[in-house]
Design a protein around this ligand. Structure first.
Ligand code: GUN
Length: 283
């Protein structure tokens, strides 16, 4: 068997094409959705992600700006900036690129952002709303994963989802979103004993561990859907996921590639959240 590939790049393009119409409708009403990205320091990966966010925004007609500040920026100065953005009626979405320098308390910054502008879906108010199944800004990578599964009509209700990884950004929320869709969810992580016995039970296996090739054919139940969240840069500069793609695709029914898998979907969901924020703009 050779698995069907879920092409995140193509799906992201389709979604962005639809978003263009939504943005045009908002612009006709005098609302131009606007995303402000705050980037502190010069982490090369962060710079590259932020550039991707700006480019994708422009493709859909969303306006955006990047506020770049030096590594030495104080926490107080960053909180002051967030306060100004919270009060700016023209700013719909605020994204502070993580990680932050060590002298700035990440959680404090996240909690300072107006939950109505938290297009990352990281604010505890939005996390709480997600936990209770209420309409809210969903964290972008988990939202993208659920959208990919639904795009292929992959059954979720009653299925066994195994998530490897328990980060606040991906692992924990993706399990929660799929639980909301009536999946049975198992979380595995670096302290899990006997990982394979769990992964082999998965109808849907979500891998977010950050180790190239951590999951091979012998971890996978025949016919499972495999979602690879890993983005690992190899010595030759190429990108690879956490799953051994060539092996896994012979066992799985569906699989996401890296690149062109989950990555493009994450940015697209950020745009979707920005449009949602603009729709809720207070007059
Ligand atoms: N750093 C890596 N991924 C993300 C993300 O989704 N949002 C923010 N704000 N920072 C990140």
């Amino acid at each position: 068997m050779s698995a069907e590939i879920i092409n995140g790049k193509e799906l992201a393009q389709q979604l962005k094409d639809n978003m263009k119409n939504e943005v045009t409708e908002l612009r006709d009403k005098g609302i131009t959705p606007h995303l402000t990205v705050v980037l502190i320091g010069d982490n090369p990966a962060s710079k590259s992600y932020v550039k991707g966010k700006k480019k994708a925004s422009a493709e859909t007609g969303i306006s955006s700006d990047i506020i770049e500040l030096p590594d030495s920026t104080s926490e107080e100065k960053l909180l002051q900036l967030i306060s100004e953005l919270n009060n700016d009626p023209e700013v719909d979405g605020i994204l502070v690129q993580l990680p932050l320098p060590e002298h700035i308390a990440e959680q404090k910054v996240i909690e300072y952002i107006d939950p109505g502008k938290d297009v990352d879906g990281f604010h505890p108010v939005n996390i709480g709303r997600m936990m209770t199944g209420k309409d809210t800004f969903l964290p972008c990578t988990p939202f993208g994963i659920v959208t990919m599964l639904k795009s292929k009509n992959i059954a979720i209700s009653g299925q066994h989802v195994v998530v490897i990884g328990r980060s606040n950004i991906v692992g924990k929320p993706v399990g929660q979103l799929l639980l909301n869709e009536n999946a049975t969810v198992t979380y595995c992580h670096s302290k899990t004993k006997g990982l394979k016995q769990f992964t082999k039970m998965a109808d849907i296996l979500i891998v977010a561990v950050g180790i190239p090739g951590a999951i091979g054919a012998d971890h996978i139940k025949p016919g499972a859907a495999i979602i690879d969240v890993g983005i690992n840069r190899l010595a030759d500069g190429s990108l690879t996921g956490d799953v051994d793609f060539e092996e896994a695709k012979e066992v799985a029914s569906y699989i996401t590639p890296v690149p062109k898998g989950v990555g493009p979907m994450t940015i697209t969901m950020l745009l979707q959240n920005t449009i949602k924020a603009a729709k809720g703009r207070k007059a």
